[in-house]
Design a binder for this molecule. Structure first.
Ligand SMILES: [Zn+2]
Length: 254
């Protein structure tokens, strides 16, 4: 099958205007050169918006508790972004997310109710606050530590110790609507206690992203190159073109 070409240069290859550079470029060509990037800059946030569903939300965290935090986008102040970035829009969405990650049975969807959804979102804020601070080399605030302690204690109190093919583990009754939150709280504690993994926690520097992930290669900067990495690349390219346009405008005409 013929490989689909999607590069920016291909996009520009369709430009019917003759090639010219710098201040010699036709004004329309300069306009197209800069503004042809705009669809890409708009496309990526829209693409991200389309994915705000529990079933299709990208799982790039490397740990269930980090993917749990990534079920919504965050602004630079650590606040949840508007509703269009929210994957847990209803109790059933939280149940689907849990089933997808193997934290709840796929066949018997736990009856997650509105109150449990509110508790889960509260734990999500706790986890994001804690691990965003750790990723930024800041000391976590006291409140999220106390909150996680509360969820963890509740989880342990309701847990059963079971053994299966994958060894011993904590589990909760299949119909317990709290089991997703409990599994996430236990996973967050596991991560906090694992120094090696904890040192790999990063926060994506993408604009209004705030996703958390484990950097297992030592070189990972973005939550995803397909989204934040590409957006940043396009913005830098756009800025360079805009600046070179401004410089060429400022050049004195001889
Ligand atoms: Zn990102």
């Amino acid at each position: 099958m013929r490989k689909r070409r999607t590069s920016w240069s291909t996009f520009h290859g369709t430009n019917p205007l003759p090639q010219a550079q710098g201040s010699q470029a036709h004004p329309l060509q300069r306009f197209l050169g800069i503004h042809s990037l705009l669809p890409f800059i708009i496309y990526y946030p829209v693409r991200q918006m389309e994915r705000a569903r529990a079933q299709t939300r990208r799982l790039v965290g490397g740990a269930p508790c980090l993917d749990f935090a990534n079920s919504v986008d965050w602004d630079s102040e650590g606040r949840e972004r508007p509703a269009h970035t929210e994957a847990f829009t209803a109790p059933a969405e939280l149940a689907r997310w849990g089933a997808r990650l193997g934290l709840a049975p796929a066949t018997i969807t736990p009856l997650v109710h509105g109150r449990e959804l509110a508790e889960a979102r509260s734990l999500r804020r706790t986890i994001h606050s804690l691990f965003a601070a750790i990723a930024s080399d800041r000391a976590p605030a006291a409140d999220p530590i106390a909150q996680l302690e509360e969820d963890y204690t509740e989880a342990i109190g309701a847990a059963q110790l079971t053994v299966g093919d994958d060894g011993w583990r904590l589990d909760w009754p299949e119909g317990d609507p709290r089991r997703i939150r409990f599994a996430v709280a236990v996973n967050a504690l596991d991560l906090l206690r694992d120094d090696k993994q904890l040192a790999r926690v990063r926060i994506c520097p993408g604009n209004n992203c705030g996703w958390l992930f484990l950097d297992t290669t030592g070189r990972r900067r973005w939550c995803s190159m397909d989204v934040c990495g590409s957006r940043s690349k396009m913005r830098r390219l756009y800025e360079r073109q805009r600046q070179s346009r401004d410089v060429s405008k400022a050049e004195p005409r001889i």
